[in-house]
Ligand binder design. Structure first.
Ligand code: THG
Length: 369
C-alpha cells in the first residue's frame, strides 16, 4: 500500500543538526515538542550494540529549554514540583516530577540551575511553557519565561568520557552525576552536564545559539574518528532496560509521581511550596505503579503504544506502554503500569500481542536494580 509522508512546515521544527543527522543516514524520526527527534539510524539493535560499546552523538534538541529568570524563579519552580529544590546548587541539575495542583504529572523535566534566580527547565514532550506563563501571570509572579535557543547534543556510550575529555578537558570529563560545568565554544560560554537519557556513560552539551550547532557536531566527529563515533539517538531497547520513562507514553497527565515510580525523589517529604502539597503529602500509596516487565516467548516487534494487561479472568489490570526484544537480557523487556493487587502475581498476567499471539508477562524487578 502507498505510504503517505508527513508534510514539512514550521509546525514540525528542524534542529540545527537535522542536516548532519540526515547525512548520517537517519532512518526514522518522531516528533517531540513539535520538533524532529531521530529514532533509528542503522537498525534498533545495531544502534543499541553500538551505544553500549562505543560512543554516539545524539541530536536531542527536542529537550527544549524553558528559561525562567527573575526574583520569583525558585518560587514558581517549587510550585510545580513536590521535590525540594531549596538546596539545589548553582551547578546542579535535578530530575523533577512536574505536577498540577491535583498532583498529576504535567512533565518530567530536568531542572538546570544556572544562577540564584535563573533556571532552564529541560522538558519532555508537553507544552510546559504555557503552563508556566499562565501560572506566572495568574499569580502575579516576577519572572520572565521564554524558550531559549539552546539545542542539546548528548555524547553517549562507554567511550563518551574520552571524547568529552578531548573536546573540553579533564575537569569536564570528571563531572559528577547531574552536575554541570562551564566551557567556551566559538567564543561563547556554554554548559556541559553529566546527564543524559541512557544508563551508559553520558554527557549533555547545552549548545547555546543555533548558529554554533553544526560546528559543535562536526568537531565531535573529527575528534572521535578513531573511537568509531557515530550519530545515534535515544534507543528504545536500552532505555527500557534502564527504566527511563517516556512522558506521554509510559506516564501521562492521569498519573501521580508515585504511580510514575518517582516517589523516591520525595522521600524527604513533599515540599511546602508545591501547589499539590496537601494531596501529595497524604496520598502517598499508589494504586498502580510503573513496573519493569518481561514478556515471555519469542522476540517481539517493538511496542511504542498502549496494550492492555489482563488477569486470568480477562479483566484489564494494567497497560504495557513500551516493549522490545533485548539482545543482552535475552528476553522481551517492557515498561507497564500495573494495578496494585497484581504486583506480586506470579503466573496470571497476560497480553494479547495480536489476535493469535497471547503471551504471559512477568513483573521482573531485577531489570532495574
Ligand atoms: N536530559 C535533559 N532533558 C531531558 C531529558 C534528558 N528532558 C526530557 C527528558 N529527558 C526528561 N526525562 C528524563 C527521565 C529520566 C532522566 C532524565 C530525564 C534520568 N533519570 C535517572 C535514572 O532514572 O536513572 C535518575 C536521575 C536522578 O537520580 O536524579 O536521568 O535526558 N537535559
Amino acid at each position: 500500500m502507498h505510504q503517505p509522508t508527513i508534510s514539512g512546515s514550521s509546525r514540525i521544527r528542524r534542529t540545527p543538526y537535522s542536516k548532519r543527522v540526515e547525512e548520517a543516514g537517519v532512518k526514522s524520526y518522531s516528533v517531540y515538542n513539535h520538533m524532529l527527534l531521530p529514532t533509528v539510524f542503522d537498525t534498533l539493535e545495531n544502534d543499541y550494540h553500538h551505544l553500549k560499546t562505543a560512543v554516539q552523538v545524539w541530536d536531542v534538541s527536542v529537550e527544549r529549554q524553558i528559561e525562567i529568570i527573575g526574583p520569583d524563579a525558585t518560587k514558581i519552580l517549587q510550585m510545580v514540583t513536590p521535590r525540594d529544590i531549596s538546596k539545589m546548587k548553582d551547578d546542579q541539575c535535578y530530575y523533577i516530577p512536574m505536577v498540577d495542583k491535583h498532583g498529576l504529572m504535567i512533565n518530567d523535566p530536568v531542572a538546570v540551575k544556572l544562577d540564584k534566580n535563573r533556571y532552564w527547565i529541560s522538558i519532555a514532550d508537553s507544552d510546559v511553557i504555557y503552563y508556566f506563563k499562565g501560572l506566572a501571570e495568574g499569580m502575579g509572579l516576577n519572572v520572565n519565561i521564554f524558550e531559549s535557543d539552546v539545542n542539546i547534543i548528548s555524547i553517549q556510550g562507554p567511550k563518551s568520557k574520552i571524547l568529552i575529555e578531548r573536546m573540553f578537558g579533564k575537569e569536564i570529563s570528571e563531572l559528577k552525576f547531574f552536575r554541570h560545568g562551564k566551557v567556551f565554544f566559538n567564543g561563547k560560554k556554554m554548559i556541559v552536564a553529566r546527564s543524559g537519557w541512557s544508563h551508559q556513560m553520558c554527557f549533555e552539551v547545552y549548545v547555546d545559539g543555533s548558529m554554533n550547532g553544526q560546528d559543535m557536531w562536526d568537531k565531535f566527529f573529527s575528534l572521535g574518528n578513531d573511537l568509531d563515533v557515530r550519530a545515534g539517538c535515544p534507543n528504545l531497547i536500552e532505555r527500557i532496560e534502564s527504566g527511563l520513562l517516556s512522558y506521554g507514553n509510559d506516564v501521562n497527565q492521569t498519573n501521580t509521581p508515585y504511580e510514575a515510580g518517582l516517589g523516591k525523589f520525595l522521600s524527604s517529604g513533599v515540599s511546602e511550596g508545591c501547589l499539590a502539597y496537601d494531596i501529595l503529602r497524604t496520598k502517598t500509596e499508589p494504586q498502580r505503579l510503573i513496573k519493569p516487565i518481561e514478556i515471555t516467548g519469542e522476540p517481539i516487534k517493538p511496542i511504542t503504544y498502549s496494550l492492555q494487561v489482563l488477569n486470568s479472568n480477562g479483566e484489564v489490570v494494567g497497560q504495557i506502554t513500551s516493549a522490545a526484544w533485548s539482545p543482552d537480557f535475552k528476553v522481551n523487556v517492557a515498561i507497564g503500569m500495573i494495578d496494585r493487587e497484581y504486583w506480586n502475581e506470579k503466573n496470571s498476567l497476560f497480553l494479547n500481542l495480536t489476535k493469535n499471539d497471547k503471551r504471559q508477562i512477568i513483573i521482573n524487578d531485577k531489570f532495574w536494580s
